[in-house]
Design a protein around this ligand. Structure first.
Ligand SMILES: Cc1ncc(C[n+]2csc(CCOP(=O)(O)OP(=O)(O)O)c2C)c(N)n1
Ligand SMILES: [Mg+2]
Length: 745
């Protein structure tokens, strides 16, 4: 006989412990009596929560069995954490919840409050990656359900906490702005996570931001639930650390309970939820729990934990704790407890046998369908619709931008944001320095004054929190337009875009979306502020995120149209858009010669918006020369246009294609323009390795383009300070030289 598996051991220990409880005779304790003297937990509720706890445990046992049989793909369980069911009982099923992967009993207890739900089946479908699993559709094993207000999480620990902050922020902000929100006005956000996770910078950043918002007197109804089992896989969390770190934070009320005592957990959870709901202020609920069966199916915890420690945990099994409560209240006998446990195991077994027959995802098309849906016609229509004329006149203080002088890139973005704020009451503009200062480059100047601090506001200095507010606002019915001050400072928060924003629709089969347009000031060549971090010229990190749209406008009129497109795509399709604004072009007016004004552009009036609409993935052509096609974007556009004029003077006819969108690339335009001349020079201000030109060349290769190709791109380096930058960036001289070489091949 082989050694017993961890699940067999846990099951046997629990049965033995149930059996050894001292039976109290009596029975018939009224269902509405307290389960323990002085407790607010009634017998009725304790029984319901016990069912959720038992069911969660049964799912963990069957997750392992399904894995062993080759049907299941996930074995991280909730065993030992099941007192989190009490948190669900203390909250409402309409309170948005972002759950730890061990919050299974919470999920089941919440579902039990909503008629018609099938939580056990949901979880089992997730374990076997069935295509009809109700949230991720077989794309991931998560706790999520739009009917239960459970927003699904990724596996990246702590990455849901900035979003939780954002959802909490959005509830009261939406009410203040009188716009619709999917969550009730007095909702509380519940976000659970582990003790090791509580140390992650993403967690500490989000918790710090919550404290700060509360400190500033703004509403932030967020309940942070730390399910502290004392371990992060194999690494212990020092004893007392969670309480030391979070027990006395400004603005953060601290509650704690022993996770083996359901009544104590319920009371603490009720107090914590009450605090958050009535005061609209954050709280930290610290549940001290144990973890059974190691971290996951393959983890042999005996290699890093002592037998004594492992042994001691069995005495703190929350299922045993609840059974003891019920037996001591003479609600059940030990025999009845075991009968109940067996009944739940039987129920899960029957469901498990059934779910393995369900269909799995069957094609790339099916898998990718919810990634980033697009409805170009509806987007075009929405992008062409402005606020009422009278509102615009009022909003622009009587000076409509279309009646004024031609505008720079920066001013066009400013007017477009104003127009969008006028037309879309759900839209928010925020970031570091965007409000009072009006942005480092003045792009958001005047917007805070005109639209008020409720809609245009400064955030604290934490890009993860900036994007987290956007994630939470987007999923709460608002249209966030966060600003990242410089491209180089997106990187420390990039996972909020990649792991969270871009993946939400995918991992929720389109049930949740987080529309947003992230404005990022970026790219090189700016003279005011030198060095790499203000001249970051790399976009690879954005281009490889599935589903997102990355726009790089080079001139004012394009910026206006493209920003309207991005905002419309966010509203209509829930698209995650990144709008990269070339800093060096913000204030350019001239193209060929000082004073020519050729890089400024008239702001189109609303009746012209439809005709000037720029769809996602459509570039802009300049010229019709037949000798050479220059494919470029951003700062490369004015440089290439100047070179093209000089080449023209030398008898070489050029056409220039501005990609405008670096993701998705305008592949059709590239091919058409390339074929027209048979010679393509890609002018790429991003780096040779990982830069945009790689995508352009791959697009040409994929389409079996047979003509001549060359490229100029920036060096594979960081950008140095001062004029030394010119040695590593693409220059007009280099473009011109490469053009001659290509034409003379
Ligand atoms: C950002 C990140 N780093 C590493 C991991 C790998 N990982 C998964 S769970 C885990 C430990 C988490 O411990 P804790 O937060 O205490 O939760 P527990 O599993 O103990 O409930 C780690 C390191 C991850 N998922 N995400
Ligand atoms: Mg832990």
């Amino acid at each position: 006989m082989g050694e017993a598996s961890p699940e067999e051991v846990l099951d046997a220990r629990l049965r033995a412990a149930f059996g050894s409880l001292t039976s109290r005779h009596g029975g018939g304790t009224p269902l509405d009596d307290p389960v323990r003297l002085g407790s607010t937990l009634t017998v009725r509720r304790a029984l319901a929560l016990f069912d959720a706890q038992l069911a969660s445990r049964a799912l963990d046992l069957f997750a392992r069995r399904l894995r062993a049989e080759g049907h299941g793909y996930y074995t991280i369980g909730s065993a030992g954490h099941e007192s989190n069911a009490a948190v669900a009982a203390a909250a409402r099923p309409t309170d948005p919840a972002l759950l730890h992967y061990r919050s299974g009993a919470f999920y089941i207890a919440r579902a039990a409050q909503v008629p018609g739900t099938t939580p056990l089946r949901d979880v089992l479908l997730g374990l076997v990656a069935a295509a009809d699993e109700p949230i991720a559709g077989g794309r991931h094993k998560v706790f999520g359900n739009a009917d239960l207000a459970v927003i699904p999480q990724t596996s990246t620990i702590a990455s849901h906490l900035p979003r939780a902050l954002g959802v909490a922020f959005a509830i009261d902000r939406a009410r203040k702005l009188k716009v619709d929100c999917p969550w009730p006005r007095d909702a509380v956000v519940v976000a659970s996570f582990g003790d090791a996770t509580a140390n992650h910078s993403t967690a500490t950043g989000a918790i710090n931001a919550s404290c700060r918002v509360a400190h500033d007197g703004l509403p932030l109804p967020l309940l942070l639930v730390c399910e502290d089992n004392g371990l992060g896989i194999s690494v212990p969390t020092s004893s007392g650390w969670i309480e030391a770190a979070y027990g006395s934070r400004p603005g953060l009320a601290y509650f704690t309970a022993d996770g083996s005592d359901l009544a104590a957990c319920f009371e603490a959870a009720v107090a914590a939820v009450e605090h958050v709901r009535t005061r609209r202020a954050p709280a930290f609920l610290h549940l001290r729990v144990v973890r059974f069966m190691g971290h996951a199916g393959s983890d042999a915890e005996i290699s890093y934990r002592s037998r004594t420690d492992i042994e001691a945990d069995y005495g703190r099994d929350p299922l045993l704790g609840t059974a003891r409560l019920l037996v001591e209240a003479a609600v059940m006998t030990p025999g009845q407890v075991i009968e109940r446990y067996d009944a739940v195991l039987g129920e899960v077994e029957t469901l498990a046998r059934e779910v393995v027959t369900h269909r799995r995802l069957g094609s790339a098309g099916e898998i990718m369908a919810p990634l980033s849906p697009r409805s170009p016609e509806r987007v075009a229509e929405a992008a062409s619709t402005a606020a009422e004329p009278a509102r615009r006149v009022d909003g622009f203080g009587g000076r409509l931008p279309e009646d004024g002088d031609p505008l720079t890139l920066a001013d066009s973005i400013n007017r477009t944001l104003a127009d969008a704020l006028l037309g879309e009451p759900r839209m928010l503009v925020f970031g570091e320095d965007v409000a009072r200062k009006g942005g480092v480059y003045g792009v958001t100047r005047g917007l805070a004054r005109r639209f008020g601090a409720g809609r245009v506001f400064d955030t604290l200095l934490d890009e993860q929190s900036v994007l987290g507010v956007a994630l939470g606002a987007g999923v709460s019915g608002l249209i966030p337009v966060p600003e990242i001050q410089y491209l180089a400072y997106l990187h420390n928060a990039e996972d909020q875009l990649r792991g969270e924003a871009a993946s939400l629709s995918y991992f929720s089969n389109g049930r949740y979306r987080n529309p947003m347009v992230v404005r990022v000031a970026g790219l090189a060549y700016q003279k005011g502020f030198g060095g790499h971090f203000h001249n970051d010229n790399a976009l690879a990190v954005l281009r490889d995120i599935p589903g997102i749209v990355v726009a790089v406008p080079a001139r004012g009129d394009d910026a206006a149209a493209m920003l309207r497109t991005c905002l419309a795509a966010a509203r209509i399709d829930g698209t995650v858009c990144v709008f990269v604004e070339p800093i060096a072009l913000y204030h350019s007016r001239d193209l060929y010669a000082p004073g020519d004004g050729e890089w400024a552009s008239r702001y189109p009036a609303p009746h012209e918006w439809a005709a000037t609409h720029v769809p996602i993935g459509v570039g802009r052509g300049y010229g019709a020369g037949t000798d050479l096609t220059i494919v470029t974007f951003g700062n490369g556009v004015p440089m290439s246009l100047r070179v093209a004029r000089r080449l023209g003077d030398g008898g070489i006819g050029c056409r220039v294609l501005d990609l405008r969108w670096v993701s998705p690339l305008p592949v059709e335009d590239i091919l058409r323009e390339a074929t027209a001349t048979g010679r393509v020079l890609v002018v790429d201000e991003t780096r040779a390795s990982g830069g945009v030109s790689e995508g352009v060349l791959a697009g040409l290769t994929d389409a079996r383009y047979r003509g001549e190709v060359a490229r100029v791109a920036a060096q594979d380096t960081f950008i140095p300070l001062g004029d030394a930058a010119d040695h590593v960036l693409v220059s007009e001289a280099a473009i011109e030289k490469a053009a001659y070489e290509l034409v003379n091949r």
